[in-house]
Design a binder for this molecule. Structure first.
Ligand SMILES: N[C@H](CCC[C@H](N)C(=O)O)C(=O)O
Length: 330
């Protein structure tokens, strides 16, 4: 029986989507991890690979149209994926004909809704990023001698950079500085050092460098846990936006729209402060670039050799959207 996967992206953070409800027999945990590592591999995989596999399944939670599992390209499971959740939201919205609903994720059911297109031909969704925590146990982190890291220098991690650590709920370390003065390879070196189990972050951590470009305007680049350098990281940009509001109140405001540029384009965020209980809205594209038709048995066998790939016509519109961005970086 043929099954259709999608290749998608949120701000060019690329994923494959598999909707397990199509399958006669669902993939086992190991089959899903093996498939993720294979299909996203830039050489052995499909379409030069991707940053992860998003597995959709049914949900019996109130108001949820489905569930999302996030598998990084190295096979590790993440609790959340902001750019990916926008693409999953679009998939479920079109499957069920609804524009506002919830998606069940590992830690919580998150509110999502369709937004006005960011540009012609650029489907756009808003997704809730939460729960948020700064407690060391929630990332987790250790061996810094503190229970929270908020706007602090960590000399061994980078000179001229102030760091904030938070879980949204996947773990993020956000460094604010000036890309021109930061060591050019600083993000890659630090991201690689902290990517997997280490004495500071036992579960690894996503590392982002953020630069303030103006009032309510950031540029963020991320070295993702379990992936490496990506064009964008939705939870990373959301975490950076919250740190921006907390640490630079003169430049960023809660409840106001923040524009976050990244190497893959641009998203918008809005940080809500409910008496210290934070949630973030992440608004951005949900672009479907390819369909991938494959026999269910081949999926179980992790055999991609007969996969039939078709390109959609959506990337052109996204490229035009990026080309029209006016911050001088594109
Ligand atoms: N690499 C992340 C998961 C994907 C997050 C990112 N792609 C996003 O858009 O939030 C982690 O291991 O926590």
């Amino acid at each position: 029986m043929m099954v259709q996967l999608l290749k998608v992206h949120g701000s060019q953070n690329q994923f494959f989507i598999l909707d397990q409800t199509q399958l006669k027999n669902k993939l086992s945990d190991q089959e899903r991890v093996d498939l993720a590592k294979h299909i996203t591999d830039e050489k052995a995989g499909l379409l030069n690979g991707a940053d992860g596999l998003l597995v959709i399944d049914s949900s019996d939670h109130d108001g949820a149209l489905g569930s999302m599992e996030v598998i990084n390209t190295d096979g590790s499971i993440a609790s959340m994926c902001g750019n990916g959740l926008r693409t999953v939201s679009r998939y479920l919205s079109e499957k069920y004909g609804k524009d506002e609903f919830k998606v069940q994720t590992q830690d919580s059911d998150l509110a999502v809704h369709k937004e006005a297109d960011l540009a012609a031909g650029v489907p756009t969704f808003s997704v809730e990023i939460s729960p948020v925590s700064f407690n060391k146990e929630s990332l987790p982190f250790d061996n810094f001698g503190v229970d929270k890291i908020i706007d602090q220098p960590i000399p061994e991690f980078g000179v001229g950079v102030h760091f904030t650590a938070l879980a949204v709920p996947n773990p993020h370390l956000i460094g604010f500085g000036n890309f021109k003065t930061m060591k050019p390879d600083g993000l890659r070196v630090l991201g690689s050092m902290l990517n997997h189990k280490n004495k500071y972050f036992p579960d690894g951590v996503n590392v982002s460098f953020a630069e303030v470009e103006g009032p309510n305007t950031l540029f963020v680049q991320t070295f993702e846990r379990g992936v490496g350098m990506t064009n964008a990281c939705g939870t990373g940009m959301s975490a950076a936006s919250l740190a921006f509001c907390l640490n630079k109140p003169g430049m960023a405001e809660f409840e106001k729209t923040i524009t976050v540029y990244n190497p893959g384009g641009m998203v918008k965020t809005r940080v809500h402060n409910n008496d210290g209980d934070y949630t973030i809205d992440l608004i951005g594209n949900a672009t479907f670039t390819h369909t991938v038709d494959i026999d269910e048995a081949a999926l179980h066998a992790n055999d991609l050799s007969d996969a039939e790939v078709e390109e959609t016509n959506e990337q052109d519109a996204y490229d035009q959207f990026v080309g029209a961005l006016d911050n001088g970086r594109f």
